[in-house]
Design a protein around this ligand. Structure first.
Ligand SMILES: Nc1ncnc2c1ncn2[C@@H]1O[C@H](COP(=O)(O)OP(=O)(O)OP(=O)(O)O)[C@@H](O)[C@H]1O
Length: 274
């Protein structure tokens, strides 16, 4: 007898946003936003200033509460409030965020190694932290000698590497990167984007990339959603949306890009400078 056909096993997406809404007074900052980030995938959220990108990201991370809708991580709805240290830590391990300016989120008095040690001690007491710290520094391309440096002694790109290492230390399913390369020089941007691509291949972490820069989207995302006035007005594979935008607003965004975005040669050149 022929075997019954098996249903293909589709792993749960890393992250799903379902009908997120957030209003501030009369401003609908986020208005029914839904998207799916596959495991190990990379999704860009683009749109002009004020379109609701950051509010969406903050809801996903849990820094902001949605008025309605839900955020689902690994198949489980994230509760809007969590009580107790263990649950808060477990929640933090699901989604981590990297901000535009790591200077603001890194303690100027704390060395790179201490930052990583403290994060590891908090989340994984009892593990071999010195080994893991070396591994993390290596993963983000920081020499071991950077371990003793304080944030003020590092360049902007190096600080962003520390912020990425700290986020990776907790082994999150999803990394939310909010304009994470916007403050960096173009060549350093390319290095960090390269690094993020490598890390995604190695760890299968999923990226939610918040940016106003379509060049960044082209370089590091598989899929993209375009937001305007709090709504998703276009969504699809990045290559398709950028090559043949359907919505006039997306076309306008593309037309207003000062540079067409990273090309593979630029990336390769940046890689050589690493
Ligand atoms: N805490 C808040 N209180 C009041 N209004 C807010 C608040 N946060 C965001 N908004 C408003 O919500 C809208 C969306 O803001 P949001 O920061 O999410 O957009 P954005 O696309 O990330 O913009 P930017 O790129 O400038 O950060 C804007 O009109 C903003 O003024």
């Amino acid at each position: 007898m022929p075997e019954p056909a098996r249903r293909p096993v589709t792993p749960e997406p890393a992250l799903q946003a379902v009908g997120l809404t957030r209003t501030y007074g009369v401003v609908r900052a986020v208005d029914g936003v839904s998207f799916t980030l596959p495991r190990g995938g990379s999704l860009g959220i683009v749109g002009e200033s004020g379109s609701g990108k950051t509010t969406t990201a903050r809801i996903v991370v849990g820094l902001e509460q949605a008025d309605s809708g839900e955020v689902v991580v690994g198949g489980r709805t994230r509760p809007t409030t969590v009580r107790g240290r263990a649950r808060r830590l477990a929640r933090a391990r699901e989604v981590q965020m990297v901000f535009q300016d790591p200077y603001l989120s890194l303690d100027p008095r704390t060395s790179v190694a201490t930052v990583l040690h403290e994060t590891l001690r908090l989340h994984f007491p009892g593990r071999d932290h010195p080994h893991r710290v070396r591994e993390l520094l290596d993963q983000v391309g920081l020499a071991t000698r950077a371990a003793d440096a304080r944030p003020g002694q590092l360049s902007g790109g190096q600080r962003q590497r520390v912020a990425i290492a700290r986020a990776l230390a907790v082994e999150p399913a999803v990394l939310v990167l909010d304009e994470a390369v916007a403050a960096l020089d173009v060549s350093v941007q390319a290095q960090i984007l390269n690094l993020l691509s490598d890390i995604r291949e190695q760890t299968a972490v999923g990226y939610l990339f918040i940016t106003h820069d379509l060049g960044v989207v082209r370089c590091v995302t598989d899929d993209v959603i375009v937001m305007r006035h709090g709504r998703v007005i276009e969504a699809g594979a990045t290559a398709d949306v950028l090559a043949a935008p359907r919505h006039p607003y997306t076309r306008l965004l593309l037309d207003s890009v000062p540079h067409p975005g990273w090309d593979p040669e630029q990336i390769a050149a940046a890689r050589r400078t690493l």
